[in-house]
Design a protein around this ligand. Sequence first.
Ligand code: SF4
Length: 337
Amino acid sequence: MIPFEYRRANTVADAVAAVSAHPHAVYLAGGTNLVDHMKLGVSSPTLLVDVADLPLSEITELPDGGLRIGAGVYNSDLGAHPLVRNRFPALSRALLSGASGQLRNLATTGGNLLQRTRCVYFQDITTPCNKREPGSGCAAIGGYVRYHAILGASEHCAAVHPSDMAVAMSALDARVVVASTDGENRIPMVDFHRLPGDRPELDTALTHGQLITAVELPAPPVGARSTYRKVRDRASYAFALVSVAAELVCDDEMISAARIALSGVAHKPWRARAAESALIGSPATEDAFIAAAEAELAQATPLAGNEFKVDLARRTLVATLRSLAQPAATEQERRWH
Ligand code: SF4
């Protein structure tokens, strides 16, 4: 048992001040990932600042039709919210495909963004891991890599980000609202998570003491349809081998806008810019979807042992785009407006 101090924050300013003043302090929200890491010895904070009572549990509509989601909103509440289901079906589907019902009832929006990789070596303190202990090496290289990256990895780390929610938010151009001792700022979701490079211990752009207070979603384009498709080893309570969040706008069967992000393939939600560029201005056809997937996966560099994920990602992306282009949309994929 490693002793730690616990404090309950009453205001955002109190919380930020407490963590900022203490180099080994962390925020505690739902605790669904942090507490596991403390039990495993992966993380040993000496001060926990509980933010569960802060007034960050509201979902409010923005004037442009977007949403502001408090960092304390539970994943289950967000996934089931009528405005999320209606305007952002990709986000609703992503949330409801993540973890288990019990975990979704406790995991928060802010905590979901900060959850750490489920690389088995990261969670096993008897093995070398540059993310857990910088400079110690990477046990995954030459090891078990079924769940590891095929895009954007480095020689120092090939872990993937585990969140489903963050992938949908990346595709939807969300912004993360952050409080610090310097005030409030916004970080685009596409810049919030990092690729590993030579600093795999850093998962996000946050600095010590910064607290996520909300996520803002801009309104979807008129006529947009979005969805989320997840491929995993079992039907529930499993992380993605590959998943795709995608939104298309089609005019007269031509694609006028496309936003796509992939999960299970990189250290961060992977925004598929090459696929988006290939799709915009193309007809919504199977050939165009295949060409877009080929364009995106051309940059894949799989490890020995996870080569299958390149074709899996290609096929999953094509299937997702095909489902959006089909006229018989499901209730969760129907047009907004
Ligand atoms: Fe650690 Fe990353 Fe290597 Fe996994 S892939 S062992 S998280 S350095």
